[in-house]
Design a protein around this ligand. Structure first.
Ligand code: AOF
Ligand code: ZN
Length: 337
């Protein structure tokens, strides 16, 4: 029972760094002596000390450590990365017991941290419901287990299921489906992702800025997926506030490009990790989004539903009935202008 209580505290601590640790996971650690917390810490940012180091450093009386239990939301690491191994630190201080929320999926660790502690006589217990701790780091786990960025799809549709009018040129205005609350929510969502992905067609028709205007945080990097029929160049890309990454067969001089067939999503998606894009919000349009659904590459859906109808237009994608992925619960009211 008290293990659960102290591990919950680890989750709270880990969450203080939400949005700041990419590509590293969120991790919290607590040091407990005879039922009392004597140290706490969390991982603030990649390159900085790990949670266990912060927690051990915060202990005022280190002579208590050999009689203490250390709780960690993630298995203590066993490798020399940007920082030295936490499992070694725990052994050096001779802590009595370590309780882990879940194992680390990083192949450099993957059970080795736990094994190192046990080999050095420390009792290690793993929490009975590791999925709670894995969910905290859904991006980190997806990156290692699926070897690709974490993918969320987001769209707004009218009550009768359309995302827009049928438009041929940027001169025709887009249907206004999102209300002010949905817009704020979208920008809040954007702040949680490394990349924001749209098709070349959406770029040309909507001329979006893809920045973060209605919520604080770091704006995701725009990723533009090229098309064989629609050529884009510096002029079309000039509306973007941040230098984009472009998936294209024909490299555009002066821009950061991934040379690949844009239709082959499963092929180029893993390559985005090499460009430090570990999570992506896919905002449009429906053809591009369908290609992610078809290839089973969606981890999370966010559908915003207006109370108003459009009558006709471009149909939104539908969430597969047997989907086991997470659903955003974003509902809102807005009259269509
Ligand atoms: C821990 N505690 O707080 C974190 C861990 O480059 P480094 O040295 O920061 O190592 C990064 C890796 O360490 C990361 O991929 C993950 O496997 C683990 N993160 N481990 O024991 C922590 N942040
Ligand atoms: Zn570590």
């Amino acid at each position: 029972m008290s293990d659960r209580k102290f591990l919950t505290r680890c989750l709270q601590l880990a969450n203080y760094a939400r949005g700041n640790t990419s590509p590293n996971p969120l991790v919290g650690a607590v040091v407990v002596h005879k039922g009392r917390i004597i140290g706490e810490g969390y991982h603030h940012r990649a390159g900085e000390p790990h949670a266990e180091v912060m927690a051990i450093r915060s202990v005022k009386d280190p002579s208590l450590l050999p009689e203490s239990t250390v709780y960690c939301s993630l298995e203590p690491c066993s490798h020399f990365g940007k920082t030295p191994p936490c499992s070694h630190l725990l052994v050096e201080h001779g802590v009595q017991r370590v309780v882990i929320g879940c194992l680390d999926p990083n192949p450099l660790v993957a059970g080795r941290g736990k094994a190192y502690l046990e080999q050095h006589g420390i009792q290690v217990d793993t929490y009975e419901a590791p999925e709670v701790f894995e969910a905290l780091n859904k991006v980190f786990f997806t990156n290692f287990l699926k070897k690709r960025p974490y993918i969320a799809l987001k769209w707004a549709r009218s009550q009768d299921g359309y995302v827009d009018h049928v438009r041929e040129s940027a001169k025709m205005l887009a249907a206004s489906i999102s209300g002010p609350i949905a817009v704020i929510n979208t920008h809040r969502l954007r702040a949680e992702f490394d990349g924001i992905l749209i098709s070349a067609k959406t770029l040309v028709l909507d001329r979006p800025r893809l920045n973060l205007r209605h919520f604080g945080g770091k704006a995701p990097r725009p990723i533009i997926v090229g098309s064989s029929t629609l050529k884009i160049g510096p002029k079309e890309l000039s509306t973007l506030d941040i230098s984009p990454l472009i998936v294209t067969q024909e490299v555009i001089p002066g821009f950061d490009c991934i040379q690949a067939d844009p239709r082959d999503v499963a092929h180029w998606l893993p390559k985005l990790i090499e460009h430090n894009v570990y999570s992506i919000l896919v905002e449009g349009g429906p053809t591009l989004q369908s290609s992610f659904v078809r290839e089973n590459l969606v981890d999370e859906y966010h559908e915003y539903v207006s109370t108003e109808s459009l009558g006709k237009g471009i149909p939104a994608i539908s969430i597969p009935a047997n989907s086991t992925t997470m659903l955003g619960s974003d509902q809102y009211n807005k009259s269509i202008g």
